[in-house]
Design a protein around this ligand. Structure first.
Ligand code: PLP
Length: 424
């Protein structure tokens, strides 16, 4: 397998580019120089953003036979039939038009009820909910709507690979706060407060967390809310794994006293309803912010696909039993994978949410990238190195357990073989 190129096999951190005397762009991470064409035509801040190495890597994985992938963070379940049928039925009825920029009124109304019932936060469907093309678009336009150039955005790390690039694309400054395995990758209010500067504007939260499965206690969340108020921070909360919480109640920061007014609540259908390919999500928040986001959405996306909106309506109205069933399955798989990882000497906390296990691989003497590459080469098992999710992910490996039990079992046997060969 090829060593890391300047786009980076796993190099998805945003490392700013600097210019040489000749005006060429040099990546701070790789020292690579951009082509004259790129330097002339591509915006500087975009030149500095590496491609997502996960995708590059899994293109390689797909071309290799007999690989068990615990890599891409995607449910192995196909979208429940009644949701697919709603999409088909929408097409049959000729639903092929644009919708309102905000999204179908019936979907916004259904989401207003769903969010109130499941998260305890009330949003007005007429002006506080915007249907987006996944949480991805919602995050992008939320950041673009609120950030002025140079504003700092704090987020906990290891984190989803999009956060840092999305902040940079919005001309903000990314300020990661490292989380640790000792805290099972929840973030402390103290660590957040230490990262606050006069330029801090936004705090991005994601619990349960990709890639660690980290969750938060209500007490710590309250402390974070107090810090947000004290320093006048706006919260963007990415709730995409909320329904995949195994133990205890999930609380969104938006539900805490006085937080609804300073929180943009992002959610989607990809994970809980196994609808990644539908590309559908939503944002809820104060009307002024949703209006600002809607203006960006209106001129860039116009609206989310009507077919996906019809499917999402079916999911939000009638899909919760499917979510519960899938969560039960993920719970069984989680217990199996975490036990196997610990038994082979890779210490791994029990993730209380999401579908990721995040074992520590330092006992093998390999970096997380070396571990992932050799595991793929020698045992045909694909996982993502923790370093892909930020510097604080180094030494760990993300293993997605949204995969059939027998495949997880085989992957663990192969990994055990690999680890034992390292430790012999
Ligand atoms: C934390 C997190 N947020 C957002 C997304 C993207 O979600 P969507 O498919 O709704 O765009 C992902 C996908 O893996 C994720 O892990």
């Amino acid at each position: 397998m090829k060593e890391e190129s300047n786009t980076g096999m796993f190099g998805m951190r945003n490392t700013p580019a600097t210019a040489t005397a000749e005006g060429e762009q040099v990546s701070a991470e790789t020292g690579a120089v951009g082509s004259p064409l790129a330097n002339r035509h591509i915006a500087r801040h975009i030149n500095g953003i590496p491609r997502s190495g996960i995708r590059d890597f899994f293109d390689i994985v797909q071309s290799k036979p007999n690989v068990i992938s615990l890599g891409v963070g995607e449910p192995d379940f196909v979208t429940p039939w009644h949701i697919r049928e709603a999409a088909i039925y929408a097409l049959e009825r000729g639903k092929t038009s644009y919708t309102s920029n905000l999204g179908l009124p019936k979907l916004r109304e259904a989401l207003s009820e769903y969010v109130l019932e499941n998260f305890g936060v009330a949003y007005d469907s007429s002006n506080q909910i915007l249907i987006t093309v996944g949480v991805s678009e919602a995050l992008d336009i939320a950041l673009r709507a609120v950030i002025n150039p140079g504003d700092e955005v704090i987020y906990h790390e290891p984190c989803y690979v999009s956060y840092s690039p999305s902040i940079v694309m919005a001309h903000g400054v990314a300020r990661p706060v490292a989380c640790t395995a000792e805290n099972e990758f929840s973030v402390t209010a103290e660590a957040i407060e230490q990262a606050v500067t006069p330029k801090s504007k936004v705090l991005v939260l994601n619990f349960p967390t990709n890639p660690t499965g980290g969750t938060m206690t209500g007490v710590e969340l309250e402390k974070i809310a107090a810090i947000a108020k004290k320093h006048d921070l706006l919260i963007i909360t990415d709730e995409v794994y909320s329904e995949l919480t195994f133990e205890g109640e999930h609380t969104s920061i938006a539900a805490l006293d006085g937080m609804r007014e300073r929180t943009v609540f992002l959610h989607g259908f990809s994970k809980a309803f196994a609808m990644t390919g539908f590309r559908i999500g939503y944002a809820c928040g104060p009307a002024e912010i949703i209006e600002a986001m809607m203006r960006i959405h209106q001129y860039s996306m116009l609206c989310a696909s009507i077919v996906s909106q019809e499917a999402a309506y079916e999911a939000v109205k009638y899909g919760s039993p499917d979510t519960a069933e899938m969560r039960d399955q993920y719970g069984i798989r989680r217990n199996l994978i975490v036990k196997a990882l610990n038994e082979m000497g890779l210490s791994c906390h029990l993730p209380r949410g999401s579908f990721y296990a995040f074992p520590n691989v330092t006992s093998t003497g390999l970096s997380s990238k070396e571990f992932a590459i050799r595991l793929l080469e020698q045992e045909n098992v694909a996982c993502v190195p923790g370093s892909a999710f930020g510097a604080s992910g180094e030494g760990f490996l993300r293993c997605c357990f949204a995969t059939a039990l027998d495949k997880i079992e085989s992957a663990m046997e192969r990994m055990n073989h690999f680890v034992n060969s390292r430790l012999d």
